[in-house]
Design a protein around this ligand. Structure first.
Ligand SMILES: C[S@@+](CC[C@H](N)C(=O)[O-])C[C@H]1O[C@@H](n2cnc3c(N)ncnc32)[C@H](O)[C@@H]1O
Length: 216
């Protein structure tokens, strides 16, 4: 797969893999994205605050599990050159249509982050709700897979379910010491903060960790 430049026409979509009958594929094919529990219309406030705090105000951005594409679009509106990827081709297709309708330029591309063929080198990578989907062994594979996509000095922002969340359903739970041990050698850990997933309809909102990592 060739480089992703973010300079293609509005809503350009590159589908590299044929559709799979996966859980995610089925969900995005059959459900209105606005009814999905993680749907958040604007930029997640934790991401917005981190951009402000660390002075990240432009460059090449990757939204690595873009889903409905809301975060990718919000970043593009802030002046980032954005690539949004997702394992589900149906998600990418819907995000592309939504971006085009909104007149926002984002390059969308189907991609599995654990078998990634992306060649970009990004200033900042956003992960809102992907890292915590993987079991422990796959979380270890995630680290080099994502690290190779980030420029030296670039940022990785991860929002994931916290070990403090007690509801039985949902993704894996992540503790700060796991983040430190997995990312500590390749990244400077700037912050691991307790927060919640505000886009969810569930009350109370799920407890989350928000992690700001800077690649050595
Ligand atoms: C909880 S949703 C979050 C979507 C989006 N980031 C948001 O906040 O609206 C998780 C997303 O991860 C995607 N996903 C799951 N496994 C993935 C993988 N291996 N690579 C890339 N995306 C993946 C799913 O299709 C889904 O869209």
């Amino acid at each position: 797969m060739g480089p992703v430049t973010g300079t293609q026409p509005t809503g350009t979509m590159i589908l590299r893999r044929k559709r799979e009958g996966s859980h995610w594929e089925q969900m995005y094919a059959n459900q209105d994205v606005e009814t999905m529990p993680w749907y958040h219309a604007g930029l997640d406030p934790d991401f917005a605050a981190a951009l402000e705090r660390y002075g990240i105000d432009g460059g090449e951005a990757l939204d690595l599990c873009t889903g409905p594409g809301t975060q990718a679009m919000a970043l593009a509106e802030r002046g980032f050159s954005v690539t949004g990827t997702d394992i589900a081709a149906a998600a990418v297709e819907k995000a592309c249509i939504r971006a085009r309708a909104a007149g926002v330029e984002v390059t969308f591309q189907q991609n599995d982050i654990l078998a990634s063929r992306l060649e970009g080198s990004f200033d900042v990578v956003f992960d809102r709700g992907c890292f915590h989907l993987f079991p422990a062994g796959k979380r270890r594979e995630y680290v080099p897979a994502v690290a190779r996509l980030i420029k030296s000095g670039g940022y990785l922002l991860i929002k994931c379910f916290s070990y403090l969340e007690t509801r039985p359903e949902g993704p894996y739970r992540i503790a700060p010491n796991e983040v430190e041990s997995l990312f500590g050698s390749g990244f400077e850990i700037l912050a691991i903060r307790h927060t919640t997933f505000g886009g969810h309809n569930e009350k109370p909102p799920p407890k989350a960790l928000f992690c700001v990592l800077r690649k050595h």
